[in-house]
Design a protein around this ligand. Structure first.
Ligand SMILES: Nc1ncnc2c1ncn2[C@@H]1O[C@H](COP(=O)(O)OP(=O)(O)OP(=O)(O)O)[C@@H](O)[C@H]1O
Ligand SMILES: [Mg+2]
Length: 470
């Protein structure tokens, strides 16, 4: 608990027995808490509400079970109906332990038995406060995460997709997400996780295209120390890391056939075996896969196992190309401009009507990602409150999409200071930076990512972008 502000933490003590009230008050005040007291449930509710109205909330409510008038159970029910209920610790007398247990089932944080032991009282209160903080932190973090992955769009196709996601998130069914590059497959996968019962668990992404074939088994299932040359330490694989959470198998179409067999076995048996070990370890995961390839066709050409395809494709979700949902372009563009403003600290920019019309008329082989890159580029040129047609034209003139992969690739060998536009400069210097770092680490991508403090998947994207992968 933070002691940064000097206002003491308030605790509401509710008991009809004046001696107990006085004893608790003395103990808690001595420990630096502020103590509010009440003689029964009704008084407690009134006090709680009055203080909350003044902006102060009881950190914990310590309440007797048996009281005349409104008893502890009723008080608990009333407080639980509040928007952010405080933790309630029940005090039970002789013979009403079973009622205390019932109170726990109704949401009490804990219970204490009479006669009260000072030490237990303090330990129980501190534990309740700590848990409450953790819970608040978790909801806060979850909210932030959810914002980060908000699905933006107003087209019929996107609304329909959102409805499907909400339904499918609640089930444990395997989902196969298909769609072109940059359509938002990862965003969909994140939403399935965050809106489902496993939201508090891990979301683990495996980029199947990025793992070298000989390492895929160890990456997925982990390995024991010394199980192969280079296995200096024991390593937990992605399946284990996703236990009780979601495993996202991205670019599943690129998974080698022998790995496919092992993945299928792990999914069917709900257990894995680490490389170099004989024990099986149970794993409880939900699997979501994504691909921009036609997996059904890959099954026909025997590049993808039919049994694994069926196992993954229980619920197919298709993310349509951006060109098929032009109505999304406006909302997406404004969303990206907001994000850019937030990141750069510049004030928010609007999009002029002309610029929007131009955006709506473009082709998007790179889909939403291409739109985002375009706006990144255009906002570099914009100096007013609006991103206008001129700013957009400048970035469009810099090439068939200056931020397109092709332009980026040509930037890979270029001298940054020979660049004509800021975009070209950024690309050329980024490419040079990654080439240097990769060389410093003898081409070892994992180590490079670690030293740069980057997600490996992110580094892979950069390397792909500049065609720097050997
Ligand atoms: N509906 C959406 N709302 C908000 N942002 C989106 C949406 N769709 C995509 N994006 C953004 O566009 C970018 C590309 O999305 P994402 O990475 O999910 O695509 P993808 O289909 O996984 O692409 P790839 O096939 O290249 O891996 C990301 O920055 C993502 O946040
Ligand atoms: Mg992706």
């Amino acid at each position: 608990m933070s002691r940064a502000d000097s206002t003491p933490t308030p605790i509401l003590v509710v008991d009809d027995d004046g001696d107990i009230r006085a004893a608790l008050e003395m103990l808690l005040q001595y420990e630096g808490f502020e103590v509010w007291t009440a003689r029964d449930g009704r008084e407690a509710v009134a006090r709680y509400a009055r203080e909350a109205g003044g902006g102060r909330r009881a950190a914990v409510v310590l309440s007797d079970l048996k009281m005349p008038g409104m008893d502890g159970m009723e008080l608990l029910a009333t407080l639980r109906a509040e928007p952010d209920p405080p933790p309630v610790i029940m005090i039970s007398g002789h013979g009403d332990v079973s009622t205390a247990v019932e109170a726990m089932q109704n949401g009490a944080a804990n219970f204490l038995e009479k006669p009260l032991d000072d030490n237990r009282v303090l330990v129980t209160i501190r534990k309740a406060i700590r848990e409450q903080h953790l819970e608040e932190e978790n909801t806060g973090l979850r909210r932030q995460l959810t914002d980060r992955w908000t699905i933006v769009g107003e087209s019929t196709a996107t609304s329909r997709l959102m409805r499907q996601i909400e339904q499918v998130a609640l089930s444990e069914a395997a989902v196969l997400i298909t769609g072109e590059n940059g359509t938002g497959k990862e965003v969909v996968a994140r939403n399935l996780h965050l809106l489902g019962p496993r939201a508090a668990g891990n979301f683990v992404t495996v980029n199947c295209a990025a793992i070298p074939h000989e390492l895929i088994e160890s990456e997925l299932f982990g390995h024991e120390k010394g199980s192969f040359t280079g296995a200096h330490e024991r390593r937990v694989g992605h399946f284990e890391a996703a236990d009780r959470g979601t495993l996202f198998l991205d670019e599943i179409g690129d998974m080698p056939l022998d790995a496919q067999a092992k993945v299928l076995r792990a999914l069917e048996n709900h257990e894995i075996t680490r490389v170099g070990d004989s024990r099986t370890i149970p794993v409880d995961i939900r699997v979501i896969a994504a691909t921009n390839a036609d997996l059904a066709e890959a099954v026909e050409t025997k590049a993808f196992r039919r049994d694994l395809f069926y196992r993954l494709n229980v619920v197919p979700l298709h993310v349509p190309p951006l060109a098929e949902r032009v109505e999304d372009i406006g909302p997406l563009a404004r969303h990206f401009l907001d994000q850019i403003a937030e990141r750069t600290g510049f004030s928010q920019r609007d999009l002029s009507g002309e610029a929007l019309a131009r955006l709506e008329g473009l082709d998007y082989p790179g889909n939403v990602r291409q739109l985002r890159n375009l706006l990144e580029g255009a906002s570099v040129f914009a100096d007013g409150p609006e991103v206008g047609l001129d700013d957009l034209e400048q970035i469009l003139a810099a090439g068939p999409g200056a931020a397109s992969p092709a332009a980026a690739r040509s930037a890979a060998g270029a001298d940054p200071f020979g660049a004509a536009t800021f975009e070209e400069f950024k690309d050329a210097s980024e490419a040079a930076f990654f080439r240097l770092k990769l060389d410093e680490n003898e081409g070892n991508i994992k180590r490079t990512a670690e030293r740069l403090g980057m997600q490996r998947s992110h580094l892979y994207k950069k390397l792909d972008r500049y065609d720097l992968r050997g």
